[in-house]
Design a protein around this ligand. Sequence first.
Ligand code: G6P
Length: 481
Amino acid sequence: SVTAQDGAVPDSLVIVSNREPYSHERDDDGEIRVQSAAGGLTSALDPVMQSRGGTWVAWGSGDADMAVADEGIVEVPPSDPAYDLKRVPLSDAAVQGYYYGYANQVLWPLCHEDTGRMWAEPAYWEQYRAVNEQFAEAVNAVTDAGQPVWFQDYHLALAPRLVRERRRDATLLQFWHIPWPAPSVFRHCPHSDALLDGLLACDVIGFHTAAYAEQFLHCVESAFPASTIDTDSGTVIRGGDRTRVVANPLGIDVGGVRDRARAADVASIRETVLGGSRSDASIRLALGVERLDYSKGIPERIEALGHLWDRRPDLRGEFTYVQKASRTREGIAAYRRYRADVLDAVERVNDRFGTDDWQPIVYTEANLDNETLAGLYRAAEVAVVTPHRDGMNLVAHEYPAACVDGDGSLVLSELAGAATHLDGALTVSPHDINAIADAIERALELDEAETRDRLSRLQHGVEALDSSQWVARQFSAGQSL
Ligand code: G6P
């Protein structure tokens, strides 16, 4: 639907993100295969880029030759070219220092308020700065006068300032997809002032929740006491910069998820995913879907499930938990250890309760396409989303959207951004193992009326945040400056 805000979206724009929307890989026969990225960011921005046109600047992480040919520019999507993708080629040292180093061993744990995992090697910061400079140069090379530039996420905190220095009048925006920490936590970062200074070069900075936006303003206030901050409108004036800081939650393409769930062959998906374990329709399913990231709270959940099968022997053989996990950031030891811990926890529970024809936890790292995933959501009676901290968490949106039969319950961490926007979930503390076990048990026992009522409230919340309006909201925040 067209709303007044749509007018705020420019005719052509530049998007800048670490990950690329389409990657070109060479397979064993030397053929180029194009893969489109699956995440929330791409599914919100790619349609806009396809309709408005412009350039998307991103790290060329696929085939190295493709990243440098024709100045790194290819037209995408390959089937029906609509905009340019400009790839920034990064050296191995840059990837180590900027991506595995600063972005994922300093900023990621910092913003998830897990400072014990921070490791701020000096070279990481040097590389982070250098790569942000490389991105800024690429942006400068492709941006036409009047084209707004929208930076995405924590990989690119410094690039806005570097672009501003070259283009005084450009409209610059940033959306920070992960949480913003409390000032007492942000202070742990040795480069806190430089990061804030980089971001404040933007006209608009968006966060998923009002709480993150407020914490950001508090950090600015304590770092730069001379700046003028209007907390009501979220405006910061500092030197020549005027920045609007807004909550602009990102949701999903609700219709797309719903259509895929409707089209899914649920019985065959159950059978494939459950493999050797009992898969008949009487088996009740709960589901978790995440990257193997230490912020996701997977071991606590597995422990909670163990408690549940322990105290409820009647659920053994009847109720199965499916954990869909994706390997991630394995250049970092903490991520490799986390995966090993999750695998151990799963094995312990399965050894304890499993039988010849029933496995309590079915763990899979298989790459499921969106159709299969939607069918799996639909098959599951309960989804369990219990991160310690999470910017938003889009699984908490996708699951209710995919429950097209009107049943399905969500157990949700109160510390996920989604919990501030969605009503109807059974909310828990992600560290409270008993509470997680109780909530899963309760979800399995809710009567039909309450299940439907909760689900419909969840679905309303998810629809209200449909990703189609996200881009327009971000741009209209800039217009009211
Ligand atoms: C989070 C971040 C994204 C990131 C994604 C996957 O959702 O906010 O920016 O792309 O994780 O992580 P990766 O390191 O593989 O890009």
